[in-house]
Design a protein around this ligand. Structure first.
Ligand code: PLP
Length: 403
């Protein structure tokens, strides 16, 4: 219990609560995490911290939200866990229909998945082959690359333009008859939005039958415009969404695909599983919380903008992110910087082959980002020979397939 108390207190402080709010909530910190009901609804319950790194390590490596789901969502999950023997299929179906209605779609246009990774995986399986290529930006989230390659498909990686926008003309020119065009909006790892007009251009200029997959995993953090409405217009389009990011459900697993029923059916071919009833109810409770997105979007923007300002003033180029992550040009290979920061109790993300000098950094709590700033300045002073001698202290957390 002593350790639990310390971790709860630390995570609470990492959320950035201050003054009277902190004083009011402090007594609750000695109880288990889901008892902390006094935390403001959209703030999220502090995580208990079972990850096997020291509790002071800032986890800015895999684009996780820095706090857990809302107290109301944690409460309903507790109740659902007790009834974990039941599949509750009808509840899942009803929530799928609710999500479809939320986007003005008919129920058959929405399929629920345990996170959006499966959607990306199944879409690449369904629409790429040795004769049907994949076209993506570079850098971008690589999951579809791996699946397409495993299918023997050619993968065309089209560099982002200098302003970080997608080069849609070059993407169509790379293969006008591609099986699949993958668009990540906003783009991971840069955090930069893709213009809706660019996606409309792609839909209008690709060959008939080529499919566009728009991955909107981070859209809630940004001002990017969704294209889910175009699914309702029966375009050759699949849109994937996840509750892993702004809804802080990465470990709970909830995502959904919006697609024309004939396209959805091609994905169903690879499996339609029962959903975890805890995750369904957690997603439902958080979707109903109208404060959650505006509050978390604003908090994230404040923390992100302070971090980007700090780095810019210190002379570093950063991507103009609108999400919970960005890339920073460290003016030398990024991998040793990642290792050195981990030795300073700050884990950041990885680099991409096309931009080896720009590791990705996720945005955590204000306290996490303060640790990042201090550690970053210290590490950037280190000579190359010292940097290059360091190995990562937490290799068990390094996953080449991670976000
Ligand atoms: N899409 C993008 C762009 C991501 O960065 C991630 C993971 O971080 C995913 C999809 C998959 O996330 P999940 O399976 O948790 O929904």
């Amino acid at each position: 219990m002593t350790q639990l108390t310390a971790l709860n207190r630390r995570n609470f402080l990492r959320l950035g609560a201050t003054g009277a709010a902190a004083a009011a909530i402090a007594p609750a910190l000695s109880r288990p995490a889901f008892a902390a009901a006094a935390v403001p609804a959209a703030g999220g319950v502090p995580a208990v911290g079972y990850i096997d790194v020291p509790p002071n390590v800032a986890l800015l490596n895999i684009n996780e939200f820095p706090s857990g789901p809302t107290p109301a969502a944690v409460d309903i999950m507790h109740k659902m866990a007790v009834n974990g023997n039941r599949y509750y299929m009808n509840e899942t179906k009803k929530f799928g229909a609710e999500l479809a209605a939320y986007h003005d779609l008919k129920p058959e246009y929405v399929t629920l998945y345990a996170g959006s990774s499966e959607i990306l995986h199944f879409t690449a399986l369904a629409f790429t082959s040795p004769t049907k290529s994949l076209v993506t930006a570079d850098p971008t989230f690589e999951q579809t690359w791996r699946v397409a390659e495993s299918q023997g498909a050619k993968v065309h990686k089209v560099p982002l333009k200098a302003d970080y926008s997608y080069d849609m003309k070059a993407m169509v020119a790379a293969d006008p008859n591609a099986g699949l065009y993958y668009v990540c909006n906003p783009n991971n790892p840069t955090g930069t939005p893709v213009k809706r007009s660019d996606i409309e251009w792609l839909l209008a200029n690709k060959a008939p039958g080529s499919i566009v997959l728009v991955d909107e995993a981070y859209i809630h953090f940004s001002d990017a415009e969704s294209v889910i409405d175009l699914v309702g217009k029966d375009k050759d389009l699949i849109v994937s969404r996840t509750f892993s990011k702004i809804y802080s459900m990465g470990g709970l697993r909830f995502g959904y695909a919006s697609a024309r029923p004939d396209l959805a059916e091609k994905l169903h071919h690879y499996g339609v599983n029962s959903m975890a009833t805890t995750a369904v109810q957690c997603a439902k409770a958080q979707l109903a919380d109208k404060q959650l997105i505006p509050l978390r979007k604003q908090t994230m923007a404040d923390t992100r903008n302070r971090t980007l300002d700090f780095l810019t003033k210190a002379g570093y180029t950063v991507t103009p992110s609108q999400t919970n992550h960005f890339m920073v040009d460290v003016k030398r290979p990024g991998a040793p910087i990642v290792n050195a920061l981990a030795h300073h109790s700050v884990m950041i993300g990885r680099t991409w082959a096309i931009w080896p000098n720009r590791p990705r950094v996720s945005i955590g709590s204000p306290t996490d980002m303060a640790s990042f700033q201090t550690a970053f300045l210290e590490v950037m002073q280190m000579p190359d020979n010292k940097l290059n001698a360091l190995v990562h202290p937490y290799p068990h957390l390094l996953d080449p397939h991670a976000c």
